[in-house]
Design a protein. Structure first.
Length: 298
């Protein structure tokens, strides 16, 4: 049987132990308070479980966090883009030189330049009304245009007028400088080659990934007969038309920014791509680029 002295000593030891545990817990609580997650959805892990029912495709699988502004999720998407689509094909000269400050406010180029600069100043949804752009340029409003805010673009004009360079300027700003968006640049021929190559494969990943890709998708040289860097669009098949139509419809209706660049005017583009035009003309801003030929100056 323990003496009173022994009981007292045991009680003091227990009190001291509890005190130490309390101090440790208090320190842990303070440390946890200092951990402020930038993203509540994933806790800055960058990955979240797919929100699908048991037994459905994707159940139990992790995917990039889709929460707006989640830097870890953006990094995870960048890794996914690299593994599924390959590295963005934006030519190095555009990555190096294209800046918003370099956009030319001159005849034939001002509308695109001001539209892109306005996009750089609005929220992360990149929604812009052309009426605001016209007012910024002190131009008389064109009543044939839609005032509805949109974040997708159909950019057309002659070869070498600076279409790709201008788009690259905003892409550089949003993806590198501001780090607020993901971006993927591809030529239509390269994109179609990837999609066509996996038609016989299961599962098919490129087309669904492009449809759901939350960043800015830039499709350049979108016309029959485009020849650049060894890639050639020799024809626009029914499969290509259906693929482009599905891709644009899903992306534009869900307001995922998609910028299509072509050397053809709308009438010529419509003759090649058929029903695809209805999608981009309805839910995207059509902007013509003209003026000086700049390709030799870049």
């Amino acid at each position: 049987m323990k003496s009173l002295k022994e009981y007292t000593k045991s009680a003091e030891h227990l009190a001291e132990k509890l005190k130490m545990q309390g101090q440790v817990q208090g320190q842990l609580d303070k440390e946890l308070e200092r951990v402020n997650h930038d993203c509540d959805a994933c806790g800055d892990m960058g990955m979240v479980a797919a929100n699908v029912e048991v037994g459905q495709p994707g159940f139990g699988k992790l995917g990039p966090c889709p929460a707006p502004g989640c830097q870890a999720g953006m990094a995870a998407y960048e890794r996914s883009v690299g593994s599924i689509l390959g590295k963005s094909g934006l030519p190095s000269k555009y990555v190096r030189d294209a800046t918003l400050e370099g956009l030319l406010l001159e005849e034939g180029k001002s509308l695109l330049a001001l539209t892109l600069r306005t996009m750089a100043e609005v929220g992360d949804d990149l929604m812009v009304s052309l009426r605001d752009v016209y007012e910024a340029g002190s131009w008389q409003w064109d009543d044939t245009r839609s005032e509805r805010p949109k974040n997708s673009l159909f950019i057309f004009g002659d070869y070498g007028t600076g279409k790709t360079w201008a788009v690259a300027a905003l892409l550089n700003y949003l993806t590198v400088t501001r780090r607020s968006h993901l971006g993927y640049y591809t030529r239509s021929s390269m994109m179609m080659e990837k999609i066509t190559a996996e038609v016989t494969q299961d599962p098919k990943t490129v087309k669904p990934f492009l449809i759901k890709f939350p960043g800015i998708l830039v499709i350049d040289d979108c016309q029959k007969g485009a020849v650049e860097s060894g890639f050639t669009d020799t024809s626009v098949s029914d499969f290509q038309i259906t693929t482009m139509q599905d891709l644009l419809r899903e992306r534009l209706q869900n307001e995922r920014p998609t910028w299509v660049i072509t050397n053809l005017h709308p009438e010529g583009w419509a003759s090649q791509w058929s029903n695809v035009c209805e999608v981009i003309f309805e839910d995207g801003h059509s902007i013509e680029v003209g003026g000086r030929i700049l390709r030799s100056l870049r």
